[in-house]
Write a new protein. Structure first.
Lengths: 62, 173
């Protein structure tokens, strides 16, 4: 039960941070800007795509 | 990550992370002479078509079937090639808001990872998946349904497209 509460809390807080970034960019930058900044570096792009692809592999084929 | 997957006996995951690490080192040391084109921009229709075809593969094929594996293995080089583009334009500035946002998302990601890790450890030690479910355990029943697989695949692909930011934006008239 405890892990479910933790996962739900992270999802809820993530949604709140995303929404807050859209409403008040003067306090918290929008998520899109953060992604643009992170993905500016090719090595980070590569690392994030490897993790993204692995998630697909893990959930759909294992 | 590779060592963790070897330790838990998941050889395929270990191979994926091992290859990923080698690729990152090769990229960092510039060992691979990549051609660097402009950043690709893909129309919404092309993205929708790829998602629809991929969804139908997962919908009609059995879960964990060879078709799913072929689909994922086909998408891997496409995603890899799309990472290699020349990035013009200014990098969004390291403002105080950006630093704050980075910390917020980093903490959230860390909490999620630690929760998942402890759930995995406790589930293994106490042999109790119901009390300490990992995310995979929670998501598995949904993925058993073809509809669930379709929804998850769409979400997963949209996240990938969002990360790469390759969607062609509509020009306002």
């Amino acid at each position: 039960m405890i892990p479910i509460i933790e996962y739900s809390a992270v999802i809820f807080l993530g949604f709140a941070a995303w929404l807050f970034g859209r409403r008040r960019p003067d306090i918290l930058a929008p998520l899109g800007s953060l992604i643009t900044r992170l993905m500016h570096n090719r090595n980070t792009r590569l690392a994030l795509m490897i993790i993204w692809w692995w998630l697909g592999w893990h959930f759909f084929t294992e | 990550m590779t060592a963790f997957h070897i330790n838990r006996g998941s050889n395929i995951d270990a191979v994926i992370f091992g290859l990923g690490t080698l690729l990152l080192i090769a990229d960092w040391k510039r060992l691979i002479p990549w051609h660097m084109p402009e950043r690709p921009k893909i129309s919404v229709w092309a993205i929708a078509l790829v998602i629809a075809v991929s969804c139908s593969v997962l919908f009609f094929a059995e879960r964990n079937g060879w078709q799913d594996k072929v689909l994922l293995l086909t998408l891997a080089p496409i995603a890899l090639v799309m990472v290699y583009y020349r990035d013009h334009g200014p990098k969004p500035g390291a403002t105080i808001q950006m630093t704050r946002t980075k910390w917020v998302w980093m903490i959230l990601a860390l909490v999620m990872a630690v929760s998942e890790l402890f759930a995995y450890i406790f589930a293994t030690v106490f042999k109790d998946d119901d009390r300490y479910p990992t995310i995979s355990i929670l998501v598995n029943p949904v993925l058993e349904s073809p509809y669930g697989r379709g929804v998850f695949l769409t979400l997963w692909m949209l996240i990938g497209i969002g990360l790469l930011q390759v969607r062609k934006k509509r020009v306002k008239e």
